[in-house]
Write a protein that binds this ligand. Structure first.
Ligand code: ATP
Ligand code: MG
Length: 431
């Protein structure tokens, strides 16, 4: 274990939240060890401002809970304590120990402490241990540095500092074994490589292809949680590129993955959605998973809608069924909560409604609560190379008008069968 004294690292208490400092000092006051750990120490050492603070301690969750009135114990797979200070939540985890892969021993340890599936997947991990044991069960070396806010020392048991300096993402221990325990670690490797713009150390990368199939075992709900971190944390495009390079996107969105291989427009659309999400986050604008999910599934939906139309369905019912099928197929792999799938459907259906430039309906569409997202989506499709017959430009000008002017302009649009209409028809999705 390397101990780095205060004058040899750049972590300053000034950049640590009061809540986190308070939790550590009270734990120490109670005779326990308490360290800042994980992303916070990593980001502080890189000179950044951590967005949240995780604390590791030798006190059990019950002890921590008893020390803080403003706390509660959560989790099953990993029992942790949340200590709340206003809007800030400090996560306190008890040092994890070695879990035994010997089934007899696990049973003895009481099924509820540590458990692995037949394939080696770690189902539960509530065996407590020391700082050293806790360090080696973490995912990446750069995520396993500990900071003691009492004497200002940094503890490094896995050469995390060396990797921070080399800008390397390295899994702790034997990569295949660690991915087998928890396949999500492969996604985390790519996510942190993208976020930190670090290189993935060769062994860490090389074990991915052989372990990738294990991602199919990960519960859909957990993949959705991870999806949010992958694509809504400001580094979606870089993460997406890593996922493509390491061929992991197919475990999150298999149908999309297939379409993207065949169709450069599909790939361009998804990439454009990633770029636009990153730009919005950089500009402090709100983002919703519904938009990026709508883009990720659009190649599937538009292709399916076209197939149904070719078989004789009319446009809107074809779109409805295609949306239904695409979402239900996708959720076999990744959960999509209703609060997101509903707006997704609306964005897709709006792509048809935007084709209608005539009459009062068109004039009123601009005020619809889903207009903005649907319009942005239309522009992305055009940017990706879809031919919509210049619809985007038309709506760009149209929405600038007053309601009265819109009604007038929409009345002037050609009647069905006219020039406009035939242009619109070419704009059918998947065209
Ligand atoms: P950020 O919060 O900036 O995304 P983080 O490193 O804090 O990054 P979290 O997901 O908050 O990431 O996890 C906190 C810490 O818990 C990590 O730094 C890592 O040490 C450990 N950890 C998280 N997930 C895993 C995992 N699947 N396997 C092993 N250790 C993990
Ligand atoms: Mg964190």
């Amino acid at each position: 274990m390397k101990i780095i004294p205060r004058d040899q690292h750049c972590v300053s208490r000034k950049n640590i939240s009061d809540g986190a400092l308070k939790v550590m000092s009270r734990l120490r006051g109670g005779g326990h060890q308490a360290y800042l750990v994980g992303g916070a120490v990593r980001d502080l050492l890189l000179g950044g401002h951590p967005k949240d603070f995780d604390i590791a301690t030798d006190a059990t969750p019950e002890t921590v809970h008893a020390l803080f009135r403003n706390s509660r114990i959560i989790g099953r797979r990993f029992r942790i304590v949340h200590v709340r200070f206003g809007r800030e939540i400090i996560e306190v985890t008890t040092f994890r120990g070695h879990h035994d892969s010997d089934p007899e021993q696990s049973a003895e340890a009481g099924g509820n402490r540590s458990r692995q599936s037949a394939s080696g997947l770690l189902l539960r991990d509530n065996v407590y241990g020391t700082l050293e044991e806790d360090a080696v069960r973490r995912d990446l070396t750069v995520n396993a540095l500990y900071y003691d806010s009492g004497n200002f020392e940094v503890f490094d048991h896995v050469d995390g500092l060396r990797d921070l300096e080399r800008r390397a993402i390295r899994i702790i221990g034997e990569p295949a074994a660690r991915y087998t325990e928890d396949p999500v670690r492969m996604l985390r490797v790519l996510r942190f490589a993208a976020k930190l713009q670090f290189n993935i150390e060769p062994h860490t990368a090389r074990a991915i292809p052989a372990c990738a199939h294990l991602l199919a075992e990960v519960p859909a709900a957990r993949l959705f949680d991870e999806f949010l971190k992958l694509f809504l944390a400001g580094h979606a495009e870089a993460t997406f590129n890593h996922l493509l390079k390491h061929k992991l996107l197919g475990y999150l969105f298999p149908d999309t993955d297939e379409h993207m291989r065949r169709d450069p427009t599909a790939l361009a659309l998804v990439r454009a959605a990633m770029v636009s999400t990153d730009q919005r986050i950089a500009a402090d604008k709100p983002v919703t998973p519904a938009f990026i999910l709508a883009a990720l599934l659009w190649p599937v939906v538009s292709h399916r809608a076209q197939q149904l139309q070719d078989r004789g369905d009319s446009q809107m019912p074809a779109m409805h069924s295609a949306a239904q099928e695409a979402i239900s197929e996708a959720t076999h792999h990744i959960s999509i909560p209703r609060r997101f799938s509903q707006p997704m459907r609306e964005i897709w259906e709006f792509q048809l409604r935007l084709q209608n430039r005539r009459g009062r309906k068109a004039a009123e569409l601009v005020d619809h609560r889903r207009f903005r997202a649907a319009y942005d989506f239309l522009l992305l499709r055009e940017q990706a190379g879809e031919d919509t017959g210049g619809l985007g430009d038309w709506w760009t000008g149209f929405q600038e008008l007053s309601m009265e002017q819109r009604v007038q302009q929409a009345a002037k649009e050609q009647a069905p069968g006219g020039r406009r209409r035939s242009r619109n028809r070419r704009a059918s999705p998947g065209a």
